[in-house]
Design a protein around this ligand. Structure first.
Ligand code: ACO
Length: 328
């Protein structure tokens, strides 16, 4: 029996034009470049223009991913978009992107897993493809986190940025007799969540609770502690599920929350720092967008090569966390 899987056929990303450095922030927030760089590795971030919405960033990233894949938008029969900053409470931002791309068939919906949004979205799309319910999926992570920051709270407002990234997944049958871990495509995805930690990272508003949008609230130190442990655990699970070890990983493309979390995770996995794709210095934490933004950079500059093993992992509010292992 043939086994169907998802191939990552193309990747694309988009950053808004406006660059905001730590020194720019220090003009209005009681902070410094030294503090932000030292604690987080962040040097700058991008912020969307006043009239730019999450769907606008997502659309640009989607166009670039489709072009990279050489796939026409008309082939797309599924759009899964990870975001915690949708254009509107409803309809889903994914349907807006679907419309911008001129697609009127298939299905489009959002996934809410905050910083794990991209890993959740790619897992959902991969399962649709494996089940035969979709053939060509657009998986997007897109955020305008600048809209939910409290500029009076220096412990959170310096950490985040805006952006979008996307991948195109195509259904492909594994050749008869092929080694599933050596063949191209997504090997497996692993999702976890635990709502008991809601109070450590959340937004203090919403349509049903306060009828407002709210602002990001975070117990940074506690989140940091859980992130390194949870990420190492889910990465171990993904490797074990495929009979692989950390020595098999060519590239770690992690969610970009904080350089110290990236270093801590790499150390736990005994991975050389050169194998970790880092963009947090220039993008800050773009939540669901950070993995496809980093992936796009490393694919386009030639670091990630065909046949290499790429591990993506993320943790975010909820808590939610997860990993995706793919052969490029
Ligand atoms: N500028 C200057 N000083 C600041 C700032 C700032 N922006 N923010 C906090 N401080 C001060 C605090 O007031 C405190 O001062 P005090 O000692 O006089 O009370 C001091 O710096 C230390 O504050 P802590 O919060 O203890 O600093 P910590 O070393 O824990 O670093 C940080 C904070 C960077 C948020 C860290 O905890 C962290 O990275 N946590 C991970 C959370 C994260 O990245 N979340 C992203 C979303 S979740 C995810 O994506 C995984």
């Amino acid at each position: 029996m043939t086994q169907r899987r998802s191939i990552i056929a193309g990747v694309g990303s988009y950053l808004p034009e406006r660059v905001v450095t730590n020194d720019d922030l220090a003009q209005t927030v009681e902070t410094s470049d030294e503090w932000i760089t030292g604690r987080t590795g962040i040097r700058q971030r991008r912020f969307a223009a006043e009239d730019e919405m999450t769907s606008d960033l997502a659309y640009q990233a989607a166009l670039r991913a489709l072009e990279h894949a050489g796939v026409p938008a008309s082939d797309v029969d599924l759009i899964v978009l990870g975001t915690a900053t949708p254009d509107h409470t409803f309809p889903a931002t994914a349907t807006r992107v679907q419309n911008m791309l001129g697609i009127r068939h298939g299905a489009a919906f959002d996934v809410q897993a905050v910083c794990s949004g991209f890993v959740y979205a790619i897992s959902v799309a991969d399962n649709f493809i494996r089940a035969g319910q979709a053939k060509t999926a657009l998986v997007i992570g897109a955020e305008t986190f600048s809209r939910i920051l409290d500029w009076e709270d220096r412990t959170t407002c310096v950490l985040f940025g805006d952006g979008a990234g996307a991948v195109v997944l195509r259904a492909e049958d594994l050749p008869a007799g092929a080694d599933p871990t050596a063949a191209r495509g997504i090997l497996s995805t692993h999702l976890r969540s635990d709502g008991a930690y809601k109070d450590l990272l959340y937004v203090d508003g919403g349509p049903s609770s306060t009828r407002t949008v709210g602002h990001v609230r975070m117990e940074g130190r506690e989140v940091f502690r859980h992130a390194v442990t949870n990420l190492a655990e889910v990465v171990g699970e993904s490797l074990a599920a495929n009979g692989l070890t950390q020595d098999d990983i060519d590239w770690l493309v992690p969610h970009q929350a904080n350089k110290r979390i990236l270093d801590g995770t790499a150390r736990k996995l005994k991975l050389a720092p050169e194998k970790v794709v880092v963009t947090v210095d220039r993008h800050a934490n773009t939540s669901a967008a950070s993995i496809p933004l980093a992936l796009d950079e490393a694919v386009r500059d030639g670091r990630i090569q065909r046949g290499q093993l790429v591990l993506m992992e993320a943790m975010g509010g909820g808590f939610t966390w997860g990993a995706c292992l793919a052969r490029w």
